[in-house]
Design a protein around this ligand. Structure first.
Ligand SMILES: [Zn+2]
Length: 511
């Protein structure tokens, strides 16, 4: 897709939506029929092409648009779809997805939409696949008197309708996933700030909040500047600079809507005031996590839902990076290791490809713990962080697969990390380090191996060998075959301590 020009008129009284979308597309092959995705709950009123009304058929959530003659390859064409209906209403946004109709504390209408997973076609007609991003997009809509229509990108113009309502027209100047397109309608008050990047370039920070929360917001959103500084240092420049950065108070917890992040964390640190991290309430989880997605998810996007760990795993790791940047390595270690107890290891992190199938919810914590483990394996922090910067630079505004990410790591490190990625992402179990110690006289035989599903699994591991303060660090490279090392005790039988703080593994010592 080249461009979408979307107009939506959402009515809070009867929960209906009237809209139209102009779709501008490049033709990559000759065709007579075009598939557009739109929820079957929404009626198509008409489809216009070169002043002609087109015929179409519908099947479930697809609209098959028929052209009067073959559309030739290599051109740029446009159609405009008019539609309306009663779209899916979310029961538990952002987790289930759909439209949100709410009221603020003063009883005024407060509307929004969150549709990750369920898909953008729940509220507007588009090519609803992650691998198909428009180069830019316009989103416009009216708001009832006293309310404002807020969306992604920058406000380009406002105008009044005959009925007195004001339309805000927003423009996104970068490619964007369809599920990131959004709107917020409410009694918003706006305040602004500026972040100065390392090169001296200024980024607009724009905040839209409920008027009764303005003081809280001005305090809570101070975290944005140090966060920008940390993320820019570790991941590179804020990817959507020309569109600015926005936090918009939302009637649901949060969502990574590109350049218009939904904020519903109640101006509290942690997760709405709760400390799931086990580390403390040092920061506002929604600001940090959802903004992390501007790099992981929005700048680099997974090409298929099955690879959603690329977005959520790296984004969860960006929390660790933030803690490290602001509070130091020791705190970051505590933070990431607390994530271990939240991993279910119930099913693989990667889902089924090509069918909009997400893998296990472990994509967040296990994904982050995989990256943490890779940091130990790579054993060179400079290189490890250069890879994160490199991924952001080399895959900027692109859609990637797990294979792309794995190949990138292999190329940059010169290591074969494929078996490690495969074990953590494609199997339920994590690798187990098995070892035995047999002492006779002054000698101890130390035998060890990895137990893993991946046949050629091999991963270096850091240990402490010896007793008490005589223990010395040592790196070994176990494979799935037993290996033996002879340790000299010096009168005392040595012991082994595995560095589990830097790895996400199991350790087993069968007696
Ligand atoms: Zn996330």
């Amino acid at each position: 897709m080249v461009f979408y020009d979307l107009y939506v008129d959402v009515n809070h009284k009867d929960k209906s939506l009237y809209g139209n979308n102009t779709i501008v597309f490049k033709t990559v092959a000759d065709f007579e029929q075009l598939q557009v995705d739109l929820s079957s709950k929404l009626d198509v009123d008409s489809i216009v092409y070169n002043k002609q009304i087109l015929k179409y058929t519908r099947e479930h959530n697809a609209v098959f648009v028929k052209f009067p003659a073959t559309i030739k390859k290599g051109g740029v064409e446009r159609i405009k779809i008019y539609y309306h209906g009663l779209p899916t209403v979310a029961k538990m946004a952002p987790w289930d997805g759909g439209l949100v109709f709410s009221v603020d504390k003063e009883g005024k209408p407060w509307l929004g939409v969150a549709c990750e997973g369920i898909g953008a076609s729940v509220w507007w007609p588009c090519k609803d696949h992650l691998s198909d991003e428009p180069d830019s997009m316009a989103i416009s809509g009216p708001a009832a008197k006293g309310l404002q229509f807020i969306s992604n990108g920058r406000l380009r113009k406002s105008y009044k309708l005959k009925d007195g309502r004001e339309v805000n027209s927003w423009f996104v100047s970068y490619p964007m996933n369809s599920y990131n397109a959004t709107y917020y309608i409410g009694n918003y008050e706006n305040f602004t700030d500026t972040y100065t990047g390392p090169t001296g370039k200024k980024l607009d920070l724009d905040y839209y909040v409920m008027p009764y929360n303005i003081d809280k917001a001005k305090k809570q959103f101070q975290e944005v500047k140090p966060m920008m500084k940390c993320f820019e240092q570790y991941f590179g420049p804020y990817p959507f600079w020309n569109d600015g950065y926005k936090l918009v108070e939302s009637p649901y917890l949060g969502m990574e809507h590109q350049s218009a992040i939904a904020y519903g964390n109640d101006y509290k640190n942690g997760y709405a005031g709760v400390d799931f991290s086990g580390y403390g309430l040092q920061y506002d989880f929604i600001i940090i996590h959802e903004s992390g997605h501007e790099w992981w998810g929005n700048n680099i996007t997974m090409a298929d839902m099955a690879d959603m760990w690329i977005s959520e795993g790296f984004c969860t790791y960006s929390e660790v990076v933030y803690v490290e940047c602001r509070y130091g390595h020791f705190d970051a270690l505590k933070y990431i290791n607390n994530k271990k107890k939240h991993v279910e290891n119930d099913r693989p992190v990667i889902g089924a490809y090509g069918v909009n199938n997400e893998g296990s919810g472990d994509m967040y914590n296990k994904g982050a713990l995989l990256i943490h483990t890779l940091r130990a394996v790579i054993n060179n922090d400079k290189l490890f962080f250069d890879i994160l910067l490199g991924l952001q630079k080399d895959f900027a505004l692109k859609q990637v697969t797990t294979d792309d990410v794995v190949n990138y790591y292999n190329t940059k490190t010169g290591l074969n990390l494929t078996p490690i990625f495969n074990q953590y992402l494609k199997y339920t179990a994590i690798p187990t380090f098995e070892y035995t110690l047999k002492t006779s006289g002054d000698k101890t035989q130390f035998m060890y191996r990895w137990k893993a599903d991946v046949k050629d699994f091999a991963m270096p591991l850091d240990l402490f060998v010896g007793n008490g303060d005589k223990a010395s660090p040592r790196r070994i490279t176990p494979t799935t075959e037993w290996q033996t090392m002879v340790l000299m005790g010096g009168g005392v039988a040595p012991s082994i301590m595995v560095d589990t703080d830097h790895y996400y593994i199991k350790v087993s010592k069968p007696e």
